[in-house]
Design a protein around this ligand. Structure first.
Ligand SMILES: *Cc1c(COP(=O)(O)O)cnc(C)c1O
Length: 403
């Protein structure tokens, strides 16, 4: 009989013939040397130790070995390692969603009495956390003009503990001068975090541009199929790894290994999906620029996008989400009629999947800017581009008939 490597699931010594015990502690298992291309889904809460003396409760599993499923099974750590490799990070924490990554970043750097800066164009729930939960904890989060560039220096206070960047911004798509903001922040010893979701962690090199923490909603492009929620927090040094890890452990930010396995699969096709989305989205954005009711197209690769020059200088590509602003003569009700008339573009939150999506923002809060409810965000999916343009063309005509 061939000897098998020791299996941690087998009972330690005494064998029993009672079937009830065998159900729980079997002695027979499938052979273990399965060589496939898929990353196994390792589920598990309890991690077994050989001896009491070996028991540790340490989230630093990459260095000290596995201790508890809450800090990640091999599937979870594999995803973290892959994101870290792509982004060039010291370490990547995998968390339940992009919003969880935002929370983990705030709580890593901010204490009661801290001040933090977030762009006005920041992801809505990020700003909401600043005005809600964090305010209640005595942390002041101040919104700043995303196009302020090096002018951010004037906003830094002695207690500023964190500066957020998000480029391009959510919905209004302002591309920030990240290097200028980083230079101003670092001159005062302030760390800079970036929400790098638009670039999927690959079209903008956060760490080469001096960013200290890069977060992503893996829910979007890495997942890529609208069927999972995950986030990542990538850090550039051991010091932040230690402080973020302590918060990560205390918050209990566990994720599902099944979701991580889907994200690992998503990574394998991220390159071809992004390449297709870039060209399809540019074709649609160019077409929209020539439609009379469209006043502006906020796509980072077009000069009409605020901060376009920064995109040109710092990014290696564009992805599949952008916004359009209808002309002032288009009423709010017509914008809604346009959205409702679309057939292939579906109405819903989130983006980055294979399905084209649309959302209007009638009550968008952007201090100093009034878009009059005429802003519409589009997420381009993997449908045939000609069909998407035909859908938009028809919806524009329906909109114009409405008045
Ligand atoms: C969607 C999104 C998030 C939040 O991600 P979830 O996984 O939905 O929590 C954060 N930042 C940006 C820019 C996003 O688009």
């Amino acid at each position: 009989m061939a000897t098998r490597p020791e299996d941690p699931r087998e009972p330690k010594k005494s064998r029993t013939n009672r079937w009830q015990t065998k159900l729980v502690q079997p002695t027979v298992h499938a052979p273990g040397d399965f060589k496939s291309l898929a990353t196994p889904v390792h589920r598990g809460s309890t991690v077994l130790f050989d001896r009491q003396a070996d028991v540790i409760d340490d989230w630093r599993q990459t260095e000290h070995g596995y201790s508890y499923g809450l800090y990640g099974t091999p599937t979870v750590l594999e995803l973290g390692a892959r994101i870290a490799e792509m982004e060039g990070a010291f370490h990547t924490f995998i968390v339940p969603g992009g919003q969880a990554a935002i929370a983990l970043t705030y709580l890593t750097f901010c204490r009661s009495g801290s001040h933090a800066l977030v762009p006005i164009s920041g992801y809505g729930p990020n700003r909401e956390m600043g005005e809600g939960l964090l305010k209640g904890l005595g942390i002041e989060v101040e919104a700043y003009d995303p196009l302020v560039g090096s002018g951010v220096a004037a906003l830094i206070r002695p207690n500023t503990a964190l500066i957020w960047t998000e480029s391009p911004g959510s919905v209004t798509m302002e591309v920030q001068d990240v290097p200028a903001i980083v230079a101003a922040a670092h001159a005062r010893g302030v760390p800079v975090a970036l929400d790098n979701t638009y670039a999927a962690g690959v079209l903008f090199d956060a760490f080469a541009h001096g960013i200290d923490v890069s977060i992503q909603a893996l829910t979007k492009y890495v997942g890529g199929h609208s069927d999972l929620l995950l986030g990542s927090m990538s850090v550039n040094c051991k010091e932040t790894y230690e402080s973020a890890g302590a918060v990560y452990k205390q918050l209990g930010m566990a994720v599902s290994p099944d979701d991580c396995s889907l994200a690992l699969r998503g990574l394998q096709t991220l390159g071809v999906r992004l390449a297709h989305l870039e060209s399809a989205t540019l074709e649609i954005a160019h077409w929209l620029q020539h439609q009379p009711p469209v006043e502006s197209v906020f796509h980072p690769a077009l000069p009409s996008c605020p901060g376009h020059v920064h995109w040109q200088r710092d990014f290696t590509g564009s992805s599949g989400v952008f916004s359009i602003l209808f002309a002032p003569q288009i009423a709010c009700a017509q914008v809604a009629a346009f959205v409702d008339a679309l057939e292939l573009f579906r109405i819903g939150f989130s983006w980055g999947g294979v399905t084209s999506l649309v959302l209007a923002y009638p009550t968008l809060d952007r201090a100093g800017k009034d878009y009059g409810g005429r802003l519409v965000r589009l997420n381009i999916g993997l449908e045939e581009t000609a069909d998407l343009i035909a859908d938009l063309d028809r919806a524009i005509r329906v909109m114009q008939e409405e008045s």
